[in-house]
Ligand binder design. Structure first.
Ligand SMILES: Nc1ncnc2c1ncn2[C@@H]1O[C@H](COP(=O)(O)OP(=O)(O)OP(=O)(O)O)[C@@H](O)[C@H]1O
Ligand SMILES: [Mg+2]
Length: 254
């Protein structure tokens, strides 16, 4: 047995038969070569299409779980994370969470025209910190991000890796009970990845629950105690990281 018995620990997130459907307008046909040449940029679709992104996903996350979420592009990983945070509504099924999950993703609200320095304050306030708390954590954030020399520059002058470092550094000073990281580490270099992975393990060890969406099987193996594999909106496998990753890799090789 790899997973503990269901009643041994406190359930933190319960995902019960969740379906998500996106409604989008499309033309309903593949453009012909003539369509493409006509370069009709106004061509908005008139036909409503439904994308069934999650098709009945169920699982329970417990405290101290760090769950890797894997699957090919478009398999529904980000949709599931957004549904857990409440950013995307479910069309069927329900999600119960012990406390409000925080999504640490590429979309975190920082302002590109402001300096890194100002953004630390902005991000801190957005997380509900007081100015004193931000001040207490300021040096930690800057050194964790490794941006000492760049902190006075506007964020638009940062590389994508530097931006990701700052976002992760800001978000991770807070004690999250449920933290969701969707591909935020992907652009970081090795030093930063290792540092953030250590931080994720720390959160998990402090009775937190972490979801890590990643295409890096190494990051997943290094940080996760359990892995969920999604494919075309369906949960294919949920269990021990080595077993699930092996099965996933085998399916990719086919
Ligand atoms: N806002 C949206 N409107 C319409 N369809 C969407 C929207 N967001 C996602 N989808 C569709 O839902 C499905 C699942 O997408 P999702 O972003 O959850 O995949 P993912 O597993 O996170 O992929 P990736 O590995 O590329 O990040 C895809 O078919 C995608 O086209
Ligand atoms: Mg995604």
């Amino acid at each position: 047995m790899t997973s503990p018995s269901p009643d041994a620990r406190r359930p933190v997130v319960i995902v019960d038969d969740v379906h998500v459907e996106y409604k989008v307008f499309a033309t309903g046909k593949r453009p012909t070569a003539a369509d493409r040449r006509s370069l009709n940029l106004r061509g908005r679709g008139k036909q409503m299409r439904t994308v069934h992104a999650l098709k009945g996903v169920s699982f329970t996350a417990y405290e101290n779980d760090s769950i890797g979420v894997i699957g090919t592009n478009g398999s529904g990983k980000s949709t599931l994370m957004r549904a857990i945070v409440g950013l995307t509504s479910t069309s069927r099924g329900a999600i119960y969470a012990q406390s409000r999950p925080s999504l640490l993703g590429v979309g975190a609200a920082l302002m590109k025209d402001l300096s890194g320095d100002r953004n630390i304050i902005l991000g801190g306030l957005a997380m509900g910190f007081t100015m004193e708390e931000i001040e207490e954590n300021y040096d930690d954030i800057v050194s964790f991000a490794g941006l000492e020399k760049f902190i006075d520059l506007p964020m638009r002058a940062y590389s994508s890796g530097m931006t990701a470092r700052l976002k992760f550094a800001i978000a991770s000073v807070k004690t999250h009970e449920i933290l969701i990281v969707d591909e935020a580490l992907a652009v970081g270099d090795r030093t930063f990845r290792q540092r953030s992975e250590a931080r994720i393990r720390e959160i998990r060890d402090n009775a937190g629950t972490v979801f890590l969406v990643s295409h890096s099987m190494k990051s997943i193996k290094d940080t996760c105690s359990r892995v969920i594999w999604l494919d075309q909106g369906t949960l294919v496998m949920d269990g021990d990281p080595d077993e699930v990753i092996a099965a996933y890799n085998k399916a990719q090789d086919k």
